[in-house]
Design a protein around this ligand. Sequence first.
Ligand code: NDP
Ligand code: 13P
Length: 331
Amino acid sequence: MTAFSFQRIGVMGAGAWGTALANAAARAGRQRGASVALWGRDAAAMARMAEARENAADLPGIALDAAVTPTGDLAALAAADAILLVVPAQACREALGRLAPLARAGLPVISCAKGIERGSRAFMTEVIADALPQAVPAVLSGPSFASDVAAGLPTAVTLAAHDGTLAEALAAALGSTTLRLYHSTDVRGVEIGGAAKNVLAIAAGIVAGRRLGASAAAALVARGFAELMRFGRAYGAKAETITGLSGLGDLILTTSGPQSRNFAFGRALGAGEATGGKLAEGAFTASVLVEMAQARSVDVPISTAVDAVLAGRLSIDGAIEALMARPQRAE
Ligand SMILES: NC(=O)C1=CN([C@@H]2O[C@H](COP(=O)(O)OP(=O)(O)OC[C@H]3O[C@@H](n4cnc5c(N)ncnc54)[C@H](OP(=O)(O)O)[C@@H]3O)[C@@H](O)[C@H]2O)C=CC1
Ligand SMILES: O=C(CO)COP(=O)(O)O
């Protein structure tokens, strides 16, 4: 493990999660004097963040750790020993394209985005392998709201890389007494959980917004989990990953209430209100997840209903009726 140093951490994407992870990485590396470059594409906004020592738009009231340097300079990001990729899933390829001319061979790039690329049907580590072939892809995912992590509340997530030694070293470098990182080699399993739970969180939000009751909410989580397990199995995830932090753990968190943007988006839909401008990754993932499920004959009725509602092919009431009228089956 001594082969890895990870003194300099780069964070690509300075939204809520990127900023929270920058603070967490700084906290984790404090004893060894590690530094964190937090890169955002809007150089003027990054200069203001450097001046204010706060991401006022996404995490108001939370001071940036002294070891975090906000920057609009890609060279500062590329000089890092490892990079956390924290832009929305559909923007990862474009962001990596900017980094490609500057990134060194063997640079670990850890996807922290939760989604599947539309069109290509690629998971985020596949996007990294494609857009930045000189990098070594990894993934970090699990139940973790940016505001909780930024505030230093106790949180546990999973970091996976194909090379178990690298996963362990990255987890050691980024983990602290407030952010506990488990390590894994089941890269695909970890990214499936993060992507699929967002679609199910929209469904949970719809249940709340439609006031369908606590029993329906619990049924949704249990049947949603069955769906996640089937999809995961079909795409090579290990069962213990789906039942772990990045699968069941994150499903529980994001189906629990409106602190989740995906849940809040679904709740607004269910209540017939405007969905607002916040990022809800599940709205982008739903259609590609359903296409991929169909391609391997996996039954994902809840995700299919969310996709149909979002695409305007089905009303919410029609979707509920269709789910309840499905043929009887064994559990
Ligand atoms: N927030 C959370 O609690 C958690 C989020 N995540 C995941 O992290 C990812 C990012 O979420 P989050 O930080 O919350 O989202 P935000 O909407 O808060 O921030 C997204 C950031 O990405 C930037 N961005 C968008 N497109 C590009 C691009 N093409 N190139 C460079 N930068 C770009 C935005 O910049 P600009 O402002 O210029 O548009 C913005 O700073 C999502 O996949 C989400 O699911 C995972 C766990 C927790
Ligand atoms: O992924 C998350 C928590 O683990 C954040 O969820 P939302 O994007 O729904 O807010």
